[in-house]
Design a protein around this ligand. Structure first.
Ligand code: HEC
Length: 104
């Protein structure tokens, strides 16, 4: 866990990795229909990458990633399943989060 940014260590210890896996690769079934997707930065910002959730997505940019995390809205405007929590995270921590996703 050495590479986790401070906000993840302090306030969301089990947060993203709890559902998206230690490497953010997803693939964990949440319900009978919803599997957690790959949230590595590379995957999120690509149209091509395979998606391990229940649907494909269009490429995210940083603002769209933050919107997904805070408001549960996917890059294409779809409302994410309620098994993906909505997080209230300050903007500074969001920058750390984006950096964290880049390490996955
Ligand atoms: C309780 C389980 C859970 C936790 C904790 C969780 N997620 Fe998710 N997340 C999901 C599920 C399930 C989905 C897929 C929802 C769907 O497709 O409708 C998802 C979807 C996403 C998506 C959209 C991906 C895409 O391809 O469209 C992003 C981005 C995301 N999560 C980021 C995060 C981040 C960052 C954290 C930590 C701050 C986090 N998630 C914590 C369960 C979780």
């Amino acid at each position: 866990m050495a590479s986790l940014p401070p906000f993840l260590k302090v306030s969301h210890v089990k947060s993203c990795v709890h559902c998206h896996g230690p490497k953010g690769k997803g693939g964990i079934w949440m319900t009978n229909e919803v599997k957690s997707p790959d949230i590595s930065y590379k995957n999120l910002t690509s149209d091509e990458a395979p998606y391990t959730g229940h649907k494909g997505h269009k490429a995210y940019n940083d603002e769209m990633i933050i919107r997904a995390v805070k408001q549960g809205i996917a890059s294409d405007g779809r409302v994410l399943d309620s098994s993906m929590p909505r997080w209230s995270i300050e903007n500074d921590d969001m920058k750390d989060l984006i950096e964290f996703l880049k390490t996955l």
